[in-house]
Design a protein. Sequence first.
Length: 520
Amino acid sequence: MPTGCEFPKIETFESAPSAADFESGVELTNFPGVFRGCASDWAACSKWNPFNSGLDYLEERAGSVEVEAMLSRTAPIFNGDIRSHERVSLPFSSFIGFCKQHLRSQGNGSDVDAMSSCPVPEDHIPGQIYLAQFPILNDEKEKKVQLKILGQDIQTPTLLEGKSLSSINFWMNSAQARSSTHYDPHHNLLCVVSGRKKVVLWPPSASPSLYPMPIYGEASNHSSVGLDNPNLSDYPRAEHSLKQSQEVNLNAGDAVFIPEGWFHQVDSDELTIAVNFWWQSNIMSNMPEHMDSYYLRRITRRLIDREMSLLVLKPSSADLKLPSEHIDQSHSGQAEDGNENSSNESIEKGISTSREKTLLHDLDPSACQALHELISLVHDHVNAVDTSRGLQHTSPSCSDPASESDNSKILVNRLEDDSVAHVLCNLEASKLREVLLAMARYFPRTLEALILHMLSPVAAEVLTQKFDEIDQQTGEEDRNQFYREFYGAFDDESAAMDIILSKKEAFAFQVCSLTSLCRV
């Protein structure tokens, strides 16, 4: 599913920018960036290296510290959902022991049982243990920072100078590990100290394809679908998720800026160590709480408008198949004055006044074809159902559950299943104006049937978008004249206006439901 936004390739900086350049050129764009060698001058890059006595150093410095690790039965995948993992307390020295054990076993593929001294079930191997998001610094004074001593081996990167950091966290895994796809409510600079990480990133606009967990849940910032092999019957939009992503690879000393709200999935090589810095964005820092409801409504409205625009994108000529046959000569719904004739020949020759001839002859081929097609669609509809039953039918309002169900396929497939919307969308606004005026003057009952009984929510959205374009292209006098003639064709002008408005609102409601916005 397209996002409506085309993002450039994530930029890689071979040298870290200054704090001012980072803030103005990277952070304010809310777009990721990769910074090569950003942390390469840290003492940690040499002292913590597991392949160069780093494990002994870490054990000596902080081995007695009690840490809380993630224990996953789905390793190497570590899900943020608390139902998918356990938190276990163990001495940091025990975790380092697992890492040493893994390092020793690389050659022969065997694991030595070294778990007897730690409170981890014996049926769990070290590869299922991940030390994630353990604080080196935290601005919440009441929270204990157990690994503060390791902060002596790192330094705040130059590009973050002046930032009020929320926390600095330590990450370490013995075997290969993957964090589930999620976003964070903070800006994030992830620095690799040892090993390698692959980070896959999605913009917040990709959220519909990633199926975030319910907003009221404890893991609302996590995707609910496995993106390697998604169940497309349950998560059909996930089919397009990887097309919206970008991948970056980080070696020791490299860093990536992950803006708040950007989904990311992180794959770590064995014995990888990282440190990340979190800080609150300027937007969130400057957003007073009493404005939350207003901003929520504004943003929700903007998201709905964007999704509606995506769902009514003009189809390509290859996708649009208009029938070439002429209007059925046996159609009903003729105008009371007899001008509403049944065939292309009667349109061309059966008009009695010069004004009618001039208007219809002035229609270019595409407008004339659209006129024929709309009239044919109405007549086919009338012939397919009992006329009296059709005239008594009342279109459901936007809050009618039947409306939501009946039009869900249109929303999923956009214009593919809606012939009226296809015709309206494929016609330029100026030409549609001519077609609607021709229908209002010479086929008023057909126009009335089209609007009152055949206008779907998606077709109403296309029609009103075309009305907006017409308004922009015409002067006030011509604009007023157009609407007088258009609505004057209806026996009840207010009924026509109400149908168009109700259907347009129904489309917005369906888009809201489709994007789960109305459940926020």
